[in-house]
Ligand binder design. Structure first.
Ligand code: NAX
Length: 326
């Protein structure tokens, strides 16, 4: 058996945190031979609820769970952690503008980035789930000057999985047989779910569906899937969001299969004409614990316009929190 690794989850008593902690403890994220010590962070008023989560984790008697730390102290939560899943965030309150939400969350993710910088293991991998995820991740990254910016990422994997699911349903093929789906840009309604490179059972996806369906149904349905879940369930996506976060970390740590890629929001580096300065969703392959952007994909006029629109939104978000970027 390997030595345990430390995995931090923030907002661990919330919907997503609750769905996530048990699956990570069961080995779904890092494999059946990797023990984990969970570091669960909550705000002080939620500590009693968090204690309930700890009791349930213990009651599962998971073979891979080597310990649990439950705290409201950032320096304890991120001490020596190898993985950090930043889920806890401020929800949009009544009358709150997008800009207010960005600033309120900046006040959470700035200090968390600094605490990760000061206390986490030097190989820490960070995934931000709490919305607005891309810009929250940027804020955390900018407050962690001693770490490589590429150690910070944000989640577009739920959008990626939603796109796989929609295309599988349309083509009548199980999503196991779909490859090379891409989500470009922001985890928001401007994201660009792109099937131009995707294959279904080895055939180009674009040859199996008509352009009208792709542009007028598929893209908006993937973009608006979160709202559809809220309408149906009366609560926002939780188990699927937790599952996507686990997928993101597993791909990053253990690799992507040959001939396929995943979507990850990572620091833009000029690839595909997206200037540095934002956390942008790209197609990525992972190997040996590292990710690389898939380069050289063709970009047509339609894609260019969509990729630039979501980039423009990320630059606006960045401008609203510039004062928090350290
Ligand atoms: P909940 O409100 O159920 O849980 C959030 C938890 O975070 C609460 O227990 C709260 O006490 C805690 N929290 C708040 N501030 C904190 C802080 N400063 N430090 C530590 N904990 C803190 O929300 P949940 O449904 O779990 O959603 C969490 C976040 O994920 C939200 O921002 C949500 O918008 C975002 N989502 C992101 C998705 C993505 O694909 N990137 C999809 C799902 C989800 O909507």
């Amino acid at each position: 058996m390997k030595n345990p690794v430390r995995v931090a989850i923030t907002g661990a008593a919330g919907n997503i945190g609750y769905a996530m902690a048990f699956r990570i403890a069961a080995g779904d994220m890092l494999g059946p031979d990797q023990p984990v010590i969970l570091h669960l962070l909550e705000i002080t008023p939620a500590l009693p609820a968090l204690q309930g989560v700890v009791m349930e984790l213990n009651d599962c008697a998971f073979p891979l769970l080597a310990g649990v730390v439950a705290t409201d102290d950032l320096s304890v939560a991120f001490k020596d952690v190898n993985f950090a899943l930043l889920v806890g965030a401020r929800p949009r309150g009544p009358g709150m503008e997008r800009k207010d939400l960005l600033t309120a969350n900046g006040a959470i993710f700035g200090p968390q980035g600094k605490a990760i910088n000061d206390h986490a293991a030097r190989d820490v991998r960070v995934l931000v789930v709490g919305n607005p995820a891309n810009t929250n991740s940027l804020i955390a990254q900018c407050n962690a000057p001693d770490l490589d910016p590429r150690q910070f990422t944000a989640m577009v994997r739920l959008d990626h999985n939603r796109a796989l699911s929609q295309l599988a349903e349309k083509t009548g093929v199980h999503y196991n047989h779909i490859r090379k789906m891409t989500i470009w840009g922001n985890h928001s309604s401007t994201q660009y779910p792109d099937i131009s490179q995707a294959t279904v059972d080895g055939k180009p996806a674009a040859s199996l569906v008509d352009t009208e369906w792709y542009r007028s149904t598929f893209i908006p349905e993937v973009q608006q899937r979160g709202a559809a879940i809220i309408k149906a369930r009366g609560a926002s996506s939780a188990a699927s969001a937790a599952s996507a976060a686990i997928d993101h970390m597993r791909s990053w740590a253990l690799g992507t299969p040959d001939g396929d890629w995943v979507s990850m929001a990572i620091p833009s580096d000029g690839s595909y004409g997206i200037a540095p300065g934002v956390m942008y969703g790209y197609p990525c392959v992972c190997k040996g614990g590292k990710y690389e952007i898939v380069q050289g994909l063709p970009v047509d006029e339609f894609s260019r316009q969509k990729m630039d629109a979501t980039d423009a939104e990320l630059r606006e978000e960045r401008a609203a929190v510039e004062h928090l970027l350290g």
